[in-house]
Design a protein around this ligand. Structure first.
Ligand code: HPA
Length: 285
């Protein structure tokens, strides 16, 4: 007996069709803006913008986390059409993994072939400071599940797929180079994904450090897996909004949002510089 396929392909198609009816732009690049980082899509960097609340997109999950506006902004950055998600949904909100990755699938149906995923994270490595940026080189999935569990829909991708270069080496290289050029405190590191919503214990953070993790957060990994399933190229950047549990002060979400605010300018100028480089790459695909 085989399990039925979900209707994700058709629902993603309808949602993409709806978005495309609201704008003449056909972005090949998407940006997902994490906690406290949504300002990019409201900045002067973004022109010709159409703002679509997630609530207005058929079947799109609604973001409930504070610091997530819940809008898809389709516009241009440095002349390049992009789709920017101001906020995302998380597994801890109670959404299924299929719902968490649904926006990725909609973006792919719209024609997106490269995605910049951003998030707020806790710094585990001693080389990281509050407010620095980390270009992700790899991840460790501690979510205890995988968004691709269930019958495989071949229309999205293969049943078994490679994750050995999930974070595009070329994108990582030029993003780090650009960050250094701009004088940003930027590093490369491994992200470990946990479900939350409780922050980690100090013992968990010590264990994660031993495992090889540099930064911890509650998002991004499901989206990276879904993106790679569909062949979308990935750049991911964490903003270290706090030192991880046991390394500094007790954690609170307000600090996470405030640090996001502080790095706003750096973050906008870094994204604005890397988007044309990614555009040049996706044009070749
Ligand atoms: N842990 C998990 N998720 C986070 C953190 C953290 O310390 N900071 C921001 N998101």
């Amino acid at each position: 007996m085989s399990l039925p396929l979900s209707d994700a392909y058709n629902t993603a198609h309808s949602a993409a069709h709806h978005i495309c009816s609201l704008t003449p732009l056909r972005p090949k690049i998407a940006v997902v803006l994490g906690s406290g980082l949504g300002a990019f899509a409201d900045s002067e960097a973004m022109t010709d913008a159409v703002r679509i609340p997630f609530a207005g997109i058929p079947n799109f999950p609604q973001s409930t986390a504070i610091g997530h506006a819940g809008k898809l902004v389709v516009g241009k950055v440095a002349g390049v059409p992009i789709a920017a998600m101001q906020g995302r949904v998380h597994f801890y909100e109670g959404y299924s993994m299929e719902q968490v990755v649904f926006p990725m699938r909609v973006l792919w149906k719209m024609g997106v072939r490269a995605v910049i995923l951003t998030n707020a994270g806790g710094g585990i490595s001693s080389k990281l400071e509050q407010g620095c940026l980390v270009v992700l080189s790899d991840h460790i999935n501690m979510l205890g599940t995988n968004p691709m569990i269930g019958p495989n829909d071949d229309q999205f991708g293969l049943r078994f797929f490679d994750m050995s270069e999930a974070y595009d080496p070329g994108y990582r290289e030029f993003t780090l180079r650009e960050g250094h050029k701009q004088g940003i405190n930027i590093h490369e590191g491994v992200y470990i994904a946990v479900t939350g919503p409780s922050y980690e214990t100090p013992a968990e953070i010590r264990a994660f450090r031993t495992l090889g993790a540099d930064v911890v957060g509650m998002s991004t990994v499901p989206e990276v897996i879904a993106a790679r399933h569909m062949g979308i190229k990935v750049l991911a950047i964490s903003c270290v909004t706090n030192l991880a549990a046991g390394m500094g002060a007790p954690l609170d979400h307000k600090e996470v949002l405030e640090t996001g605010e502080k790095v706003r300018g750096q973050f906008i100028s870094l994204l604005t510089a890397v988007i044309p480089k990614i555009a040049a790459d996706v044009e070749r695909l």
